[in-house]
Design a protein around this ligand. Structure first.
Ligand code: ADP
Ligand code: MG
Ligand code: ZN
Length: 620
């Protein structure tokens, strides 16, 4: 069902163009006419004119503002030729002319003055009107090109069925629950009668929630591809404009267009750009523009049910906790679909989809790659396949090999290998012991995965060396012991430096940061402290996406704040002691592996596993 483009009648545009052309022509004529006519009389330098006056050759002079014309005295009964010169500011001139007996007068007003005056009065308004008409005519039309001044009109793009690169649910993997929900939405749109006959109310708003890169935008496009109805797509940031009131008029416009095309889908990407909680930005007195836009959106969503038009609003955000509660109320975005990071089999499926576009070697094992990439979102995996392809091309291979994928994983996990950053011998030694420290402690700790590789080749922004730990399985829950183990592993590097060199370098800053964050989350988020009990001391729903969110604390009393601090310190201290004890107990092994690492720079695979299997657990 193709959409008729709602283009305006062509007349205003035609008129505007004619006006533009005419006024342009007038402008040209105005600019060049004087020059054209003025070039009839030969021009001479002012000095020559003065010379001729002094020599008594000049009979008559007409002094104009921009031009002096003069006639040479008659000779043999023939009237002398006329010349023109450009005047300079010369107060002596009248005196000189009088002295020489030259007849002189001010020039008569220019012949075409009525014409110039007319131009001066008529042209500017004409140009103004023409430009105005031009933009008005351009900003019209539904899906047509948008003009600079198309302020109020919505910028929504309209997808039409049968578009060349159609995205369907087949292009999305690893988010099965979300897909099931959205298939239902597609059913609503295709056969609304089936649902309304029983008296069911078709949901109005569906909110896709999930971390960045998990395929929310992709899913929305797939819905558009499957549903076979018009699909209006716009990003939340496009509503937010410099001018107050523009956003809300855009919302109104968008819904107006959509209602005409119903049944259809409106997709608002990055909803948080307009849907931020109205109370949360009260700090600077609020943001009027965004508030108005949001209010308009709420009004529109409430409004269209009455008309009976099937318009489903799909929206996506990766920050649901910032959304205004009014948006999530029943009757608005009452359905929330979680689009989460894919699990093992999901990752394999996504890798399959993206590796269809590249040439895979026979040894490539997508399942093994999926195993090594927990926590990767769909976008990361797409990027991974591309990185592997780039590496294969650089290595002049015909097809992508498994080792290209292995290198690509490391690139994504640890940043780019930096051969150019050269460590001196002492630094290299410190880094080697540091990394082996992580590996030794890590190999004894449950829950932090298996140590797969130690390297002292600098990588990424700050890492001078790194220890790669890869989980053997997907983990969704961690217990307290495992978290403590992770903290101890993080402190293993620094502890090794302490034991071997008796001093500490700046290299462990990042480890300490992560260890402290983790300890703080244990206390404030996971309720793992006996002293503080199972209370959540952090604010908001950051726990929803375990990981990188900052950790703003709830308002707590001074005593509680102190208690939290001391508990966090306690956890880190205990882990530190544990790491030190493990390394002291395995001092010889630490030396042996570090020496070897200094030689080879990288230890990995079976060799590493057999070395680390010699680690002795603490004998308490
Ligand atoms: P989001 O909108 O959630 O931030 P996108 O939908 O823009 O993420 O995803 C970016 C790209 O990553 C997609 O174009 C696609 O190539 C890839 N991608 C993400 N998630 C998936 C998935 N579940 N299946 C297949 N490809 C995916
Ligand atoms: Mg997106
Ligand atoms: Zn470290």
């Amino acid at each position: 069902m193709p959409i008729k483009e709602q283009s305006r009648p062509p007349r205003p545009r035609l008129i505007a163009n004619i006006l533009l052309a005419v006024s342009g022509l007038f402008l040209l004529v105005n600019l060049f006419l004087p020059n054209l006519f003025g070039s009839q009389t030969p021009g001479v330098p002012y000095s020559l004119f003065i010379h001729q006056v002094q020599e008594g050759e000049v009979s008559r002079v007409s002094v104009g503002q921009n031009e002096i014309r003069y006639q040479i005295k008659a000779e043999n009964g023939q009237p002398g030729p006329i010349f023109a010169t450009t005047p300079i500011f010369d107060l002596e001139l009248p005196k000189l002319l009088e002295e020489k007996g030259v007849e002189f007068a001010a020039a008569p007003p220019p012949k075409n003055s009525w014409f110039t005056t007319l131009l001066g009065w008529v042209i500017p308004p004409l140009i103004f009107v023409a430009i105005w008409q031009f933009f008005i005519s351009r900003s019209g039309g539904g899906g047509g090109p948008q003009g600079v001044l198309s302020i109020g009109k919505s910028k929504a793009k309209v997808y039409v069925e049968g578009e060349s690169a159609k995205i369907t649910f087949k292009d999305v993997a690893g988010v099965e629950e979300a897909k099931t929900e959205l298939v239902e939405i597609v059913d609503f749109l295709k056969t609304p009668a089936r649902f309304t006959d029983i008296g069911a109310r078709i949901p109005k708003g569906v909110l896709l929630v999930g971390p960045p890169g998990t395929g929310k935008t992709l899913l929305a496009k797939a819905v558009a591809g499957e549903a076979g109805v018009p699909f209006f797509s716009i990003s939340g940031s496009e509503f937010v404009e410099l001018f107050v009131g523009v956003g809300s008029s855009r919302v109104r416009d968008l819904f107006e267009q959509a209602k005409k095309q119903a049944p259809c889908i409106i997709f608002i990407d990055e909803l948080d750009a307009i849907g931020k909680s109205r109370s949360s930005n009260g700090f600077y007195g609020g943001n009027d523009e965004r508030e108005q836009t949001l209010n308009q959106l709420l009004t529109e969503m409430d409004g269209f049910a009455a008309g009976g038009a099937t318009v489903i609003v799909l929206a996506a955000t990766n920050r649901p906790e910032t959304l205004d509660p009014a948006l999530l109320r029943p009757g608005r975005f009452d359905r929330q679909v979680l689009v989460d990071r894919p699990d093992l089999s999901g990752r394999e499926e996504i890798l399959k989809i993206h590796s269809q576009k590249v040439k895979l070697g026979t040894d490539v094992d997508l399942k093994a790659i999926a195993t090594r990439t927990p926590g990767f979102a769909g976008a990361d995996l797409a990027n991974l396949v591309n990185e592997a392809a780039l590496l294969a091309a650089r290595n002049r291979r015909e097809t992508i090999a498994q080792e290209d994928f292995a290198e690509a994983v490391e690139r994504v996990v640890a940043g780019l290998e930096k051969k150019s950053r050269v460590l001196n011998e002492v630094e290299k030694k410190i880094v080697a012991y540091h990394e082996v420290g992580h590996a030794l402690v890590g190999s004894l700790m449950s829950g932090s995965g298996r140590v797969e590789k130690i390297s002292i080749i600098p990588r990424g922004m700050a890492a001078l060396g790194y220890t790669l730990q890869l989980p053997t399985e997907d983990r969704f829950l961690m217990n307290e012991t495992e978290l403590r183990g992770q903290i101890a592993t993080l402190l293993g590097g620094r502890s090794a430096e302490e034991i071997v060199f008796g001093s500490i370098t700046t290299g462990a800053a990042n480890d300490l940061q992560r260890a402290t964050d983790l300890a703080e989350r244990m206390v404030t988020t996971y309720g793992m402290s006996k002293v503080l009990g199972p209370l959540a001391y952090q604010q908001g729903q950051q726990a929803m996406f375990l990981g990188n969110a900052p950790n703003p604390r709830r308002n707590v009393s001074e005593d509680t704040a102190k208690a939290i601090d001391s508990e966090v310190k306690e956890i880190v201290d205990v882990a530190h002691e544990q790491a030190l004890a493990i390394l002291r107990q395995n001092r010889d092994l630490l030396e042996a592996i570090a020496t070897q690492l200094l030689e080879t720079e990288v230890i990995e695979g079976e060799k590493l596993h057999s070395l680390l299997s010699q680690v002795q657990a603490l004998t308490v």
